[in-house]
Write a protein that binds this ligand. Structure first.
Ligand SMILES: Cc1ncc(COP(=O)(O)O)c(C=O)c1O
Length: 363
């Protein structure tokens, strides 16, 4: 069967204009500047994108024990997710968890796909509601999307749920997209979901666990065939990653274990601090996160829930403390708290302010 090539010129240019000719009349821009053209202070290594991309792929392959030809480099996890939807769900049907990171819902509309959601249940460790999943992902579904660790709760996807999702996706011939942007913060790291079956994709980046969002260094892990499809589709979107960013990302990965260990230790301390605060109150509840720097807090009581938007607004207006209303995660009675503050006293201060707002709520 002939391969679908969405943007034939760019595909050709990538395969034909990157060397191999004695003289090229095909390059419409200038050659990359050498180090002598740059201001004093220098750059992190040569600027050839091909080399930098290969280096970063090698670094990621070693870190995640995944073959380099199953890695597609992207401008952050946002681009990675968009590309997966565009390549695999365009004009089709998507099933995505809820609550979740809003993009996993919006992207369906962006690529002309329909969306149905399935619940993750806070009272059952945020497990997947399988009856809802079955209804949300009927035959013909093209993509099923989850986060692991879960955004907003920071709870790990139960291994049985991952098995179940992968088996269902396989039965449907659908892609299972697992956004693992918080996975490197997990104190007990697990292999990427991308190893599950040929159509399971893991998206990730250096944004959250590594604090390097400004590098826009992200990736998709998948089978070589799936990565080929992403590669072709990306000819439309972001055909080449910035060399400086690739180079810096590869350098970072070579020595990221010590900073990651420090961040995980800080996350554990701060999560315990929030947990103590929650245990001391009757009007908030959470399932303590397993990993990461955020948790999802239910406001009020079963009989008297509170509006997260109102609480967040009062918290800011009265105390200039920001928290994210749960409505952004399709859960209006919740608040997403990110607790990765450097100082314990600062977190105590913020929680004290939230406590004051909750004490006065309803008045
Ligand atoms: C689950 C999830 N995926 C993707 C992203 C986007 O990350 P990036 O900065 O790598 O594009 C975020 C950022 O908030 C996120 O929470």
């Amino acid at each position: 069967m002939a391969e679908d090539v969405p943007f034939p010129y760019l595909r050709w240019a990538k395969e034909n204009l990157r060397g191999g000719a004695r003289i090229s009349l095909g390059l419409s821009g200038r050659a990359p500047p050498g180090p002598d053209e740059w201001p004093a202070g220098g750059l992190p290594g040569p600027l050839a994108v091909g080399d930098a991309a290969a280096d970063l792929r090698r670094a990621l392959a070693a870190r995640y024990e995944h073959p380099p030809e199953g890695i597609h480099l992207t401008a952050g996890a946002s681009h990675a997710n968009f590309l997966c939807y565009l390549a695999f769900a365009r004009g089709g049907h998507v099933a995505a968890e809820t609550p979740t990171y809003e993009a996993l819902h919006c992207l369906a509309g962006a690529v002309g796909a329909t969306l149905a959601t399935f619940r993750r249940d806070p009272k059952r460790d945020w497990r997947v509601d399988r009856a809802q999943l079955e209804r949300a992902a009927p035959p013909g579904t093209r993509l099923i999307a989850v986060t692991d660790p879960h955004n907003p709760s920071g709870v790990r996807l139960d291994p049985d749920d991952l098995d179940h999702l992968a088996a269902l996706a396989e039965r449907r011939g659908a892609v299972l997209l697992v956004d693992e942007v918080y996975a490197d913060l997990d104190p007990a790291p697990r292999p990427p979901a991308a190893r599950r079956h040929a159509l399971t994709l893991t998206t990730n980046s250096l944004t959250k666990a590594h604090g390097l969002g400004d590098l826009r260094a992200g990736w998709v892990l998948g089978s070589p065939a799936a990565v080929r499809t992403l590669d072709l589709t990306d000819d439309w979107v972001h055909p080449v990653q910035p060399a400086l960013s690739l180079r810096a990302a590869a350098q970072w990965l070579a020595h990221c274990e010590a900073p990651l260990a420090r961040t995980r230790a800080l996350a554990a301390e701060r999560a315990a601090q929030v947990d103590r605060w929650i245990a001391g109150r009757k009007d908030v509840w959470w399932r303590k996160p397993d990993a990461g720097l955020t948790g999802f807090v239910r406001l009020g009581t079963a009989t008297r829930p509170l509006d997260g938007q109102v609480v967040a607004r009062r918290l800011f207006e009265r105390h200039q403390v920001r928290a994210v209303p749960g409505a952004f995660f399709q859960a209006p009675e919740w608040l997403r708290l990110s607790f990765g503050l450097a100082e314990a006293a600062e977190l105590d201060d913020a929680l004290g302010c939230l406590g004051e707002v909750l004490d006065g709520a309803g008045r």
